[in-house]
Design a protein around this ligand. Structure first.
Ligand code: NA7
Length: 292
């Protein structure tokens, strides 16, 4: 790819801020848009252009990357008179890295195709600490040649690209990955709650896990401090996993597949959300196991 390649980044939340910063640090010309403009200050201080609207950003970008909450947020930044889509011209590329439904993603791919815009469906595996270290795994859907052409951009944010097939295959794979994350988190929380209920120090659980060649995994280690300290600063907010659990169940239902454990996990996530923990790390489900 010939540099500079003009990248417009939309959505400077927990993940997007780190990803946009890694693109800037890799030498790409990055301009940004965020609904809450105050969160663009550090990019302005680095000399990045801050666009007033998604449309203004799209007008001056070759590639737009979106990393926003959900489908409503995507509609807000893409559609309408100040959205990306009306300003985007043939030959531009849209890379969505948010987790949306496969159905929404397929419809977006079609809309882009009709407008002559290249579309990549690239959600990521990994939360804030891995985003900060550019260690995400990019789950890529779309035309293989486009993924290859844009791999320098994707590699600036992640350690690896796993090509899944045409869109929405990236999103489909992401839901499978997050099914594991959701279940591993709730399993860890239930295990710690059972340890405490039996009068054990939860630290013992981690000591045993760390000695086990099979169970000593990076994910449990990442959540150790949260569980031991019962403090849940967000690496991945519970509200986003609740959205994803519902997307998994909807996809399974469409295929006539039952996911009984995921259904139980969704109930626990919903309980935590209703307890007011939506913005905490999803490991906060530990609290909801012991609260009425
Ligand atoms: P965050 O930290 O919740 O960030 C969400 C971003 O989406 C943030 O920039 C928001 O802007 C933006 N957003 C949310 N709603 C809107 C609307 N209506 N219009 C415009 N922009 C909006 O999420 P993460 O970074 O952890 O995750 C992002 C995605 O990756 C998500 O799909 C996860 O499931 C995976 P704000 O700063 O609030 O103005």
């Amino acid at each position: 790819m010939t540099m500079p390649h003009r990248i417009g980044f939309i959505g400077l939340g927990l993940m997007g801020r780190a990803m946009a910063m890694n693109l800037h640090n890799a030498g790409f010309r990055v301009a940004v848009y965020n609904r809450t403009r105050a969160d663009t200050t550090e990019f302005a201080d680095l000399g990045c252009t801050v666009a007033a609207t998604p449309k203004a950003l799209a007008r001056n970008s070759d590639t737009i990357i979106t990393m926003v909450s959900d489908m409503a947020a995507m509609d807000a930044v893409l559609e309408g008179p100040e959205g990306v889509l009306p300003a985007f011209t043939g030959g531009s590329t849209l890379i969505n890295m948010s987790t949306l439904s496969p159905e929404y993603t397929a419809a977006l791919a079609k809309k882009c195709f009709i407008s002559g815009v290249e579309f990549l469906d690239c959600p990521v595996a990994g939360s804030k600490p891995l985003a900060e270290k550019a260690q995400l795994v990019i789950l890529a859907g779309g035309k293989k040649e486009t993924v290859e052409k844009l791999s320098p951009v994707l590699k600036a944010m992640g350690r690896a690209i796993v090509y899944a097939g045409q869109a929405p295959a990236g999103t489909a794979l992401k839901l499978c990955m997050n099914l594991l994350v959701a279940q591993m988190t709730t399993a860890l929380a239930e295990s710690a709650a059972l340890a405490a209920a039996q009068g054990l120090d939860p630290q013992l659980l981690f000591s045993a896990l760390e000695e086990s060649p099979a169970l000593n995994c990076g994910y449990f280690r990442m959540k150790k401090d949260n569980i031991i300290n019962r403090d849940f600063p967000p690496a991945f907010q519970l509200k986003h996993m609740l959205k994803d659990a519902r997307l998994m169940l909807a996809e399974a239902a469409r295929a006539g597949l039952e996911l009984p454990v995921t259904a139980a996990v969704e109930k626990l996530l919903a309980k935590s959300y209703n307890n007011g923990y939506g913005d905490k790390d999803l490991s906060v489900v530990l609290r909801s196991l012991t609260e009425k």
